[in-house]
Design a protein around this ligand. Sequence first.
Ligand code: SF4
Length: 188
Amino acid sequence: MGAVLAQHTAWVNAARAITALRARRMLTPTRVGGLGIGSLGRVIRPAGTPRVKARRLRALTRWILERVDGRLDRMRTAPLGPLRADLLEIPGLGPETADAILLYAAGRPVFVADAYARRILARHRLIDPRAGYEEARHWLEAHLPSDPDLFNEFHALLVAVGKSHCRSRPRCEGCALRFDLRGRRPAP
Ligand code: SF4
């Protein structure tokens, strides 16, 4: 649910919506899947665009109820390719959201190649600056051990570097990854 609530907003806003759902004991697929869009939207309003996210949350939770009988543990063992393809069929779920669900909720070895990751890889000349989400994801998965815990930590570290240093204008001075530039300037 956090993956949907965090779309186009800061995590702190998604976390407020999750807290509101939890306080009302609604943080289950059955409860969310059974709510009306208006009711659900009012609870998750802190995450922004409440009606859009309410529709997406309801579609996701109904998918969980139908596809894996409401059991997230089944997402840990289902064949990964078809599972990811099925998730991407849910309206409003793009690859970044689907992969966040697969990695963080299901513990599958899928890298969340978000904008922070792509920017850092491109500035270090590891991928083309025009590379899209899938190209970056494939590059990361091909160059790292296929380990969900490592992907989880690595992604969090890239986000931290992206927020602290690798912003739209890079602040390489003091950045932990500066050594990797080997004296060169970041790629534009
Ligand atoms: S060294 Fe510079 S380009 Fe590399 S991640 Fe840090 S801020 Fe970005």
